[in-house]
Design a protein around this ligand. Structure first.
Ligand code: NAD
Length: 277
């Protein structure tokens, strides 16, 4: 936040984006704006605009100004017809959420612009990303929310069944994968879209680890509409192509993730030492 200008912009405002690129001589564009899976289902027209029109705007801008562009995709870009354990880099993609559909669209648009115009489009399919910041409305949010509720109240109501296995990654691995992928020489990339992951776990496996820090923790399970989404997503994500082509290797396993999350949520949110209360 301290290192550069912070400028408000609506991703649907092409001219506004164009002005920022020109005035600040932008050369790389990292496109994060999106409506996530659970939120997208609640407002499909807005998800179509932000996730699909938004991508059209940034891709076209990247082409016009010769920018290197990153767009994240997701495990949500797969669906019930995809192999779920493991899910390879190239396989059937028939997602059942507007979020997933918009991400498959982004992957294909980027690959097409690369093929047609030589655009340096790069895309990683992330699993559930876990950080201490409050989650944004996705299906893997439980794995963030549980830390806040467990450390504050000693209990958590989970919206997924205890044995729902999903791929996950700690935020530091996520950001490092992004940086390493963006700086990888073009010659190393055999693809424009790669799966990346670090681990896979279920709510009950996470609860088991977290109970070591919060022995009185009580978790109840009330599956809601997110269960159906989770049941159509990969359980174990195969990122062997990223490992082979540009040396991707995660640092955080489940033990390390829980350890860092407990410290981070405790220091920054509960004790209020940090900035993030
Ligand atoms: N969080 C995850 O587990 C995860 C996993 C895979 C991929 N991703 C991808 O990473 C990206 C960021 O996800 P996140 O978890 O930070 O989500 P988030 O909901 O926290 O952030 C999305 C951001 O998009 C912004 N936004 C919405 N509409 C906008 C508009 N019209 N103009 C400009 N900005 C707008 C929101 O203000 C918000 O800050 C998304 O593209 C998401 O698909 C996230």
């Amino acid at each position: 936040m301290e290192n550069g200008p912070y400028i408000f912009c609506d991703i649907l405002d092409f001219k506004g984006l164009q002005k920022i690129v020109v005035n600040h001589r932008v050369d790389w564009l990292i496109h994060f704006s999106a409506l996530l899976s659970a939120i997208g289902e609640q407002n499909v027209p807005l998800a179509v605009r932000v996730n699909i029109e938004g991508v059209h705007n940034v891709i076209e801008l990247a082409k016009q100004y010769n920018l290197r562009i990153f767009v994240p995709s997701t495990i949500g870009a797969f669906g019930p017809d995809s192999p779920r354990n493991p899910t390879p880099n190239i396989t059937i993609q028939r997602p059942k959420t507007i979020y997933g559909v918009s991400k498959v669209h982004a992957e294909l648009m980027g690959e097409y612009y690369h093929h047609k115009f030589g655009l340096d489009f790069r895309c990683l399919r992330f699993p559930g990303v876990i950080s201490s910041d409050p989650p944004g409305g996705g299906t893997t949010d439980y794995a963030v929310a549980i830390f806040h509720d467990a450390l504050r109240h000693g209990k958590y109501q989970c919206y997924l069944k205890p044995d729902t296995r999903l791929p996950m990654m700690y935020i530091e691995d996520c950001l490092r994968s992004l940086l390493e992928f963006m700086t990888a020489p073009k010659e190393k990339l055999k693809r424009r879209v790669y799966n990346v992951t670090a681990m896979s776990f279920t709510p009950e496996e996470l609860v088991d680890k977290l109970s070591k820090y919060v022995p009185e923790l009580r978790v109840t399970y009330y599956p809601d509409s997110r269960q159906e989404i989770a049941d159509s997503w990969p359980q174990v994500f195969d990122d062997s192509e990223a490992r082979a082509d540009w040396n991707w290797k995660p640092k955080y396993d489940l033990d390390a993730l829980v350890d860092f999350m407990v410290k981070d949520v405790q220091e920054n949110y509960i004790n209020g030492n940090g900035k993030k209360k």
